[in-house]
Design a protein around this ligand. Structure first.
Ligand SMILES: [Zn+2]
Length: 205
C-alpha cells in the first residue's frame, strides 16, 4: 500500500495488528474515523487506554473485573461451594445470560494445548486445586467446550482433585462436539447446567 501520509500509514498498521483485520479493512476503519467528529476517536482511545490501565483480574475467580473481587464473587447470594470451570470471560457471560447458575466461576484463561504450547502451568489450575484442597468447594462443574483440548483440560483437573472426594460434574450439552460454549443458545445451555451429569459418567461414554 502506498500511503500519502505517514500518520495514516501508522494508524493503519496499528489497526491491522488486530486479529481478523487485514490492511484493507484497517484502512477502511481509519478513514471512517477521520470522517467522524474527532471526539469519537478520543472516546475510543480513552476507553482502550482506561481498559488497559485499570482493568483487574478478580483475585478469586480470575475473571476480568473493575474491582479486586468481581461482582459475581462479591455477591453474597451466590453459592460459594459450587464452582463452574470455564475457559474465559465469554463463557462466564454466556452462562450468566441463561440466569440458571447461582454458583461461582473459575476462569482458567485457556485450555491445555500442546500444539499451541499451552501447558497446565500456563493456566489458572493451581488456584482451583487449592480451592478444592481448602474445603471451600463442594462441587466442580466442568464447562469447557467439548474439543480435544477441552476434554484434556477437564481430565487433567479431574485427576488433580479426584482424591478430595468432591462432586464433579460436566454440563450435558445438546450441542455437537466442537461447538464453542459462547455460541450455544441460552435455553440449551441453561438446561445443560441444570441437567449436568457426573463427570465420571462422561468418561465412560
Ligand atoms: Zn470473581
Amino acid at each position: 500500500m502506498d500511503f500519502s501520509s505517514k500518520l495514516l500509514e501508522n494508524a493503519v498498521n496499528e489497526v491491522s495488528r488486530l486479529p481478523g483485520i487485514g490492511k484493507r479493512t484497517a484502512l477502511r476503519l481509519v478513514l471512517h474515523l477521520l470522517k467522524q467528529p474527532s471526539d469519537n476517536t478520543k472516546y475510543l482511545t480513552n476507553a482502550l487506554t482506561q481498559l488497559r490501565t485499570e482493568v483487574k483480574e478478580c483475585k478469586k475467580c480470575h475473571n476480568i473485573s473493575d474491582t479486586e473481587l468481581c461482582h459475581i464473587c462479591s455477591n453474597p447470594n451466590r453459592k460459594e461451594e459450587i464452582v463452574c470451570v470455564v475457559e474465559d470471560i465469554r463463557d462466564v457471560m454466556a452462562i450468566e445470560n441463561t440466569g440458571q447458575f447461582r454458583g461461582l466461576y473459575h476462569v482458567l484463561g485457556g485450555k491445555i494445548s500442546p500444539i499451541e504450547g499451552v501447558g497446565p502451568q500456563n493456566l489458572n489450575i493451581e488456584s482451583l486445586v487449592n480451592k478444592v484442597k481448602s474445603g471451600e468447594v463442594k462441587e466442580i462443574i466442568f464447562a469447557l467446550s467439548s474439543t480435544m483440548e477441552g476434554d484434556t483440560t477437564n481430565f487433567y483437573i479431574y485427576k488433580q482433585i479426584e482424591k478430595y472426594n468432591i462432586t464433579t460434574s460436566t454440563i450435558a450439552r445438546g450441542i455437537s462436539v466442537g461447538d464453542e460454549l459462547e455460541y450455544a443458545d441460552e435455553v440449551t445451555l441453561g438446561r445443560s447446567i441444570l441437567n449436568r451429569i457426573p463427570f465420571g459418567d462422561s468418561l465412560k461414554q
